[in-house]
Design a protein around this ligand. Structure first.
Ligand code: B12
Length: 417
């Protein structure tokens, strides 16, 4: 049965969605997502991108409880709307599932792709909004203060949507200016690690580091020397209520979209003073990994107190190692490094790829000339990265061979956070 675009759209809007768009499962631009989509709902024929707008004034508040309460409620509302849409569609003979807005995610896949559907990718394909410099989807009217959801249904639709042609981001770069952890580059780069270790400090981003801090502290005095009582209480709050972000400033300051531009276009100075500067100058802890761009950026702002954390995103597979190289790449440490490495893995997870580091940038390539070759058993390599074995032991056991300069491996390690 093919469902009618207008009818399904009306169901979504009637149930409280603020915008809706449709994407077919066969669309090329989402091909890389299809396996995970079908894992979530094997009958998927159509993806419905659905959004709920948040109250912009709450997101722009300097009070984190106000901001976080707004996030929790908006996410919750969107979940409720998605469930209600499915119930209505069920009565029309259409089956479907709603993908969670954020958590719960499949943490067995950590640190791989733990989410099933990238709502941003679907929203963009569904023409609901376009990507901003801050890596958030911006709706033409409501801006980026929106929660995104996706409903997977088993029915094709008689019409599908397409991406918006014009960019909604106005390139004001306020998001890059206000980010306390330097995660947003003026040229469109995004430093995932800087964002997650600070913003998600009381969530997934800081959890393992805290556990390891607890275990390795020397008694109660050692623990108290490491963590303040306020930090302990923030952990309690986040574990109890969920979604206790430490930031969201990149979303708060974004003026793009019709509603936001009303506040911004004719009174930029006022907007800067009332919305941007209070967040930039807010006195607070910023969590950083030492000697990374996050550290450098936070240390330039006298209103921020630096708190150092470790990178606990450790690969559990060759696939997550490959992704992790990009995520953990430390531009600061790599600024004078030029390196070509070729990895060849055998055993449980065979794979081969090259890593090229130059001009503080990293690339993963299929082939490269003149690279130092690292040939390893895949499980041994993961053990090595998790300190469960040593390089010497791996070589002696014949599980790892290096062809070329062995020092290149330690040079490579120094380029990762
Ligand atoms: C992973 C994730 C994050 C990560 C990475 C952010 C990112 N740019 O992708 C972190 C923890 C940093 C994060 C932070 C935030 N997030 Co978030 N996040 C997600 C999640 C689960 C998937 C995002 C995704 O699809 N990325 C893939 C592509 C499309 O994104 P990308 O920017 O092109 O590429 C980056 C990622 O792929 C990442 N990456 C690459 N490999 C890996 C591997 C692992 C293990 C991880 C975790 C990430 C990762 O690095 C890439 C380059 O930076 C979605 C929920 C969902 N299921 O979709 C919410 C989502 C994107 N987040 C959202 C929000 C609101 C936020 C925050 C504002 C939260 C907050 N209150 O502070 C911040 C904003 C930070 C920012 N400027 O992006 C909203 C966005 C709404 C909107 N208007 O677009 C979403 C859609 C949740 C929702 N249902 O509404 N988030």
């Amino acid at each position: 049965m093919t469902a009618a675009y207008d009818a399904v759209r009306k169901v979504c809007l009637d149930e409280g969605a603020d915008a809706v768009g449709f994407v077919e499962i066969t669309r090329k631009a989402i091909a890389h997502e299809v396996n995970d989509i079908l894992r979530a709902f094997g009958r998927t024929k159509t993806l419905i991108s659905i959004i709920k707008k948040a109250n912009r004034d709450s997101v722009q508040s300097q009070s984190l409880p106000v901001v976080n309460d707004e996030f929790i409620k908006t996410f919750h509302e969107l979940s409720k709307i998605s469930r209600a849409v499915i119930t209505r569609l069920n009565s029309l003979g259409i089956r479907g599932v709603a993908v969670p807005m954020g958590f719960p995610m499949d943490l067995d896949r950590w640190p791989g792709k733990i989410w099933d559907v990238s709502h941003k990718t679907i929203a963009i394909e569904a023409g609901v909004g376009s990507m901003g410099l801050n890596r958030l989807v911006i709706h033409p009217v409501y801006g980026n203060t929106i929660a995104l959801g996706t409903i997977l249904i088993d029915s094709p639709i008689d019409k599908y949507d397409n991406p918006i042609e014009n960019r909604i981001c106005i390139n004001c770069k306020l998001c890059a200016f206000v980010c306390p952890a330097g995660a947003i580059d003026n040229d469109g780069g995004f430093n995932f690690l800087s964002c997650i270790v600070h913003n998600y400090h009381d969530l997934a981003g800081g959890f393992q580091d805290w556990i390891e801090g607890v275990v390795s502290s020397n008694g109660i005095a050692g623990y108290r020397g490491r963590y303040t009582d306020g930090e302990n209480m923030n952990k309690w709050q986040s574990l109890t209520l969920g979604s206790m972000y430490r930031c969201s400033y990149c979303m708060a300051v974004c003026p793009a979209g019709q509603e936001g531009l009303k506040d911004y276009s004719h009174q930029k100075k006022d907007y800067f003073e009332k919305i941007v500067m209070p967040l930039k100058a807010k006195k607070e802890n910023v969590y950083v990994i030492a000697n990374t761009t996050g550290h450098l950026s936070a240390s330039k702002n006298p209103d921020k107190t630096l708190r150092f954390v470790n990178n606990t995103i450790r690969p559990s597979s060759i696939e997550s190692f490959k992704r992790g190289i990009i995520i953990s790449f430390n531009r600061l440490a790599a600024k004078d490094t030029k390196l070509k490495l070729r990895f060849e893995f055998t055993g449980k997870e065979p794979d081969a790829f090259c890593v090229y580091i130059s001009d503080a940038k990293i690339e993963i390539l299929d082939n490269i000339d003149g690279a130092t070759k690292v040939m390893a058993d895949s499980e041994t390599w993961i053990d090595l990265l998790n300190n469960r074995t040593s390089l010497i032991s791996a070589i002696v056991r014949g599980k790892l061979k290096i062809k070329g300069n062995p020092l290149h491996l330690s040079k490579f390690k120094r380029c990762l956070a």
